[in-house]
Write a protein that binds this ligand. Structure first.
Ligand code: EPU
Length: 325
């Protein structure tokens, strides 16, 4: 692991005398002294329970800032100590390796980042707001166009970062503007037209942190919106597995949807340990209970190998793979 940079380079860390757990505790003590009491800060936090796939190791430091001020303090601290920073949403599109994530993992889960405010046919949403909550608010307010968010088990921040999609729609189809923080703590808001996005990625958010977005729909009756949400939900329940997963593992390649390809290759039900290619949808790997990240990664390679050798198709992972083995 890369050693955090301490105040005194000649101290016990530089001498290699401290165990990583003690280093993380000391880093937490130093960072904690700069933060408000409402900010959650933990050393060596298990991350598996914070992801929908339920695999992976610990975060060296885990922080839930209580304000934008504390978020920028954490970023400054990380820059000064040369610690990597990782943003965690609701962990629904993540595969965290078994060795865990070095540096600081930040999650905008506190209420200050999770608001949803209706303004006419717009919703001003914090990055920590749940997508399901956004869809429910839109239905209550009679705003159409956001129904597809109903079944994506993520946060607004994660959906912006991944340009998440379902039912033929993308997150950025409904984004009017986005507020975000640069690594130096500067906050900026840009109209969606000035933010480049592609299928399943908003590259700007590889270096900046989404704070929230204004989503725009169009007026409709709450009943009509609710009807469409119910239809989407039914379609998802019949075509996607209910077991723990990270959603779709691969991006859809040009010639054929990944799920259909994996199905045609006869790979449904293939297992490595407790990781299994879903027998309901070929592009999902489910955790039957005791899977490790290593199991999932091996299974991904088996599927990619088969797709390449049998059909000449290179499957690219859609899930974010983070951390160390
Ligand atoms: N199909 C099969 N066998 C399978 C799975 C799918 O033949 O095992 C066929 C389906 O019958 C359909 C086609 O493949 O004809 C496409 O399947 P589906 O409608 O399920 O859509 P998808 O392209 O596999 C996409 C998104 C999902 C999103 C669904 C529903 C990607 C990679 N996936 O799946 O998003 O929920 O549409 O709108 O774009 C995610 O991003 O994590 C995700 C789950």
């Amino acid at each position: 692991m890369s050693l955090p940079c301490f105040d005194s380079p000649a101290g016990p860390v530089a001498a290699g005398l401290l165990h990583p757990v003690a280093i993380h505790a000391e880093l937490a003590r130093q960072l904690g002294a700069l933060l408000a009491p409402g900010t959650t800060l933990q050393a060596d936090q298990p991350l598996a329970k914070r992801t929908t796939l339920r695999v992976g190791g610990n975060a060296d430091l885990y922080v839930e800032p209580a304000s934008e001020g504390d978020l920028s303090t954490v970023l400054r601290f990380a820059t000064e100590r040369q610690l990597p920073v990782t943003l965690l949403g609701r962990g629904s599109n993540l595969l965290i390796r078994d060795g865990g994530v070095r540096g600081i993992v930040i999650c905008l889960a506190q209420p200050v980042f999770s608001g949803i405010v209706v303004e006419g046919d717009r919703l001003r949403c914090g990055a920590g707001a749940r997508l399901k909550g956004v869809a429910v608010e839109a239905r209550r307010a009679g705003i159409a166009g956001l129904e597809f968010l109903e079944g994506i088990p993520g946060s607004v921040g994660g959906a912006l970062r991944m340009n998440a999609g379902a039912m033929g729609a993308w997150t950025f189809h409904v984004v009017e503007s986005m507020r975000f923080m640069h690594r130096d703590g500067r906050v900026e808001e840009l109209p969606a037209a000035e933010i480049p996005v592609v299928y399943r990625c908003c590259p700007l958010l590889k270096s900046c942190i989404a704070l929230g977005a204004v989503l725009r729909g169009r007026p409709d009756s709450a009943d009509a919106v609710g009807g469409r949400m119910a239809a989407y939900s039914a379609k998802r329940w019949e075509s996607q597995p209910a077991q723990p997963s990270a959603g779709c593992i691969f991006k859809n390649p040009q010639p054929i949807p990944a799920g259909k390809l994996i199905d045609e290759l006869g790979l449904k039900g293939t297992r490595v340990g407790d990781a299994m290619v879903s027998d309901i949808h070929g592009n999902f790997i489910v955790n039957l209970g005791g899977a490790s990240a290593g199991d999932v990664l091996k299974l991904i390679e088996i599927v990619r190998d088969r797709a390449r050798t049998v059909r000449g198709i290179d499957l690219e992972t859609e899930v974010e793979i983070l951390g160390e083995d």
